[in-house]
Design a protein around this ligand. Structure first.
Ligand code: ZN
Length: 180
């Protein structure tokens, strides 16, 4: 079965249905701007990228937490900064999913993922601030940042686990497997 994908003009918003070819260049007939992938295909692609960046951010965050516990504040700060920028990138992708998703389950899961990643992004920023403050000998300030970070980490827990694309995007296939 050939897949149809929808492209939307970045200039005027006209939509084009494209069949076959996986990544064609689509130029708008009305205004000559390039059209970009939208709808379900765009949502699924954004979820894949968002999830990958999110996992990478989580890995960096827990490594940096361990490094900070060991007292290596400068090294830890690099990790917190890296985590913050990957969380930010994942939030961008999840925002695209929420906008483009046509299936309600995908939109809802992505909205939760977006909120969770936002909490963790803020936590990583506070933790980076904490390492800086403690290097400057500002212990009280570092304590405040740490407290703020812990509050965000706790808030993040309330959004549950971010589903993998495999869990989220092919429910029919997974059901078929569990029945077999
Ligand atoms: Zn156009």
């Amino acid at each position: 079965m050939e897949r149809t994908q929808t492209y939307r003009c970045d200039g005027c918003g006209s939509e084009y249905r494209v069949r076959g070819e996986s990544q064609p260049k689509v130029v708008c007939r009305d205004c000559d701007h390039e059209a970009t992938l939208c709808g379900t295909a765009a949502a699924q692609r954004a979820y894949h990228i968002g999830y990958t960046r999110y996992r990478e951010a989580r890995r960096q965050l827990s490594d940096a937490l361990a490094t900070a516990e060991d007292g290596e504040t400068t090294l830890a700060r690099g990790g917190f900064d890296g985590a913050a920028s990957d969380f930010e990138a994942s939030v961008d992708q999840f925002t695209t999913v929420v906008r483009e998703a046509e299936a309600e389950t995908l939109a809802e899961s992505s909205e939760r993922a977006r909120k969770k990643a936002t909490c963790l992004w803020q936590a990583a920023e506070w933790l980076s601030g904490m390492t800086y403050a403690s290097e400057q000998g500002e212990t009280a300030q570092a304590g405040t940042y740490r407290q703020d970070a812990e509050n965000r980490l706790r808030a993040a827990k309330e959004y549950g686990t971010v589903s993998s694309p495999e869990e989220l995007l092919q429910p029919e296939e997974l059901e078929a497997q569990s029945e077999a």
